[in-house]
Design a protein around this ligand. Structure first.
Ligand code: FPP
Length: 231
């Protein structure tokens, strides 16, 4: 079983448009998918998950959509993250915690959710907000440059936002696009990638199960060779 599954929750806008609804409705439905997926991960005993909610590149979207997404975060964070907390989920955020860009109230909500759920152990759910893989690596490098001592992979990993979280085993991207879009560049080094045509608002337990089955059927060699496989 994978220990860490990461999700690029793509296709919310297209899902809504295909139904004659505003794009934001797709994001709203996407929040439901996050809840369903977390429930399933808890049932499967998978300890870590990361969800790409807002990238450093997403600021390029229309003011209306960015504003709408943050309104959604404001509306849902308290309620949804509270529900996740009740289910034993520990909530963490990764990405640049920039109060000026995100808003001090959002950052306060993030900190509150992290503090309230810090003791939970069923699943650690990381939400990537104002996140970019290169930005995370540069911030880690800056941090290390200000300190002294040898730098190795372990120490570099500890300087990343995902400190203490194992590498991603399985990355799932919905809605047909096959690219990484600056997501967890360091942590995906040996991940298995699964791309599905299903849009994120339609992604649920069944789709997750099929991705897990796919993952379990793959042979992972981490650059080595597999011996004693019986020919
Ligand atoms: C990509 O779809 C999705 C996003 C940019 C936002 C995803 C955010 C959520 C689902 C909310 C997360 C919820 C919590 C509780 C943190 P898109 O807009 O790029 O879709 P498109 O490619 O069809 O346009």
């Amino acid at each position: 079983m994978p220990q860490h599954v990461a999700f690029i929750m793509d296709g919310n806008g297209r899902w809504a448009k295909a139904r004659g609804m505003p794009r934001l409705e797709g994001h709203r439905q996407g929040v439901e998918s996050v809840r369903k997926v977390c429930e399933q991960l808890v049932r499967e005993g998978i300890p870590y998950a990361t969800f790409y909610a807002f990238s450093t590149e997403n600021w390029k979207r229309s003011q209306e959509e960015v504003g709408g997404l943050f309104k959604l975060f404001r509306l849902y964070f308290g309620k949804e993250l509270g529900k996740l907390g009740e289910q034993g989920v520990r909530v963490r955020f990764i990405g640049a915690r920039d109060k000026e860009r995100l808003g001090a109230d959002i950052v306060a909500m993030m900190e509150e959710a992290e503090a309230k759920t810090a003791g939970n152990t069923k699943l650690t759910a990381l939400f990537a907000i104002n996140y970019g893989g290169r930005d995370e690596i540069v911030r880690a490098a800056r941090k290390l440059a200000a300190e002294s001592g040898e730098i190795d992979e372990a120490r570099f990993g500890d300087a990343l936002d995902t400190a203490g979280v194992p590498d991603v085993d399985l990355m799932i991207r919905t809605s047909g696009e096959q690219r990484l879009s600056n997501f967890l560049l360091w942590q995906l080094a040996y991940a298995e990638l699964v791309f599905t045509k299903v849009a994120w608002p339609d992604f649920g337990a069944e789709e997750l199960q099929s991705a897990l089955d796919d993952f379990m059927g793959r042979e992972r060699r981490f650059g080595g060779v597999v011996e004693n496989m019986g020919g």
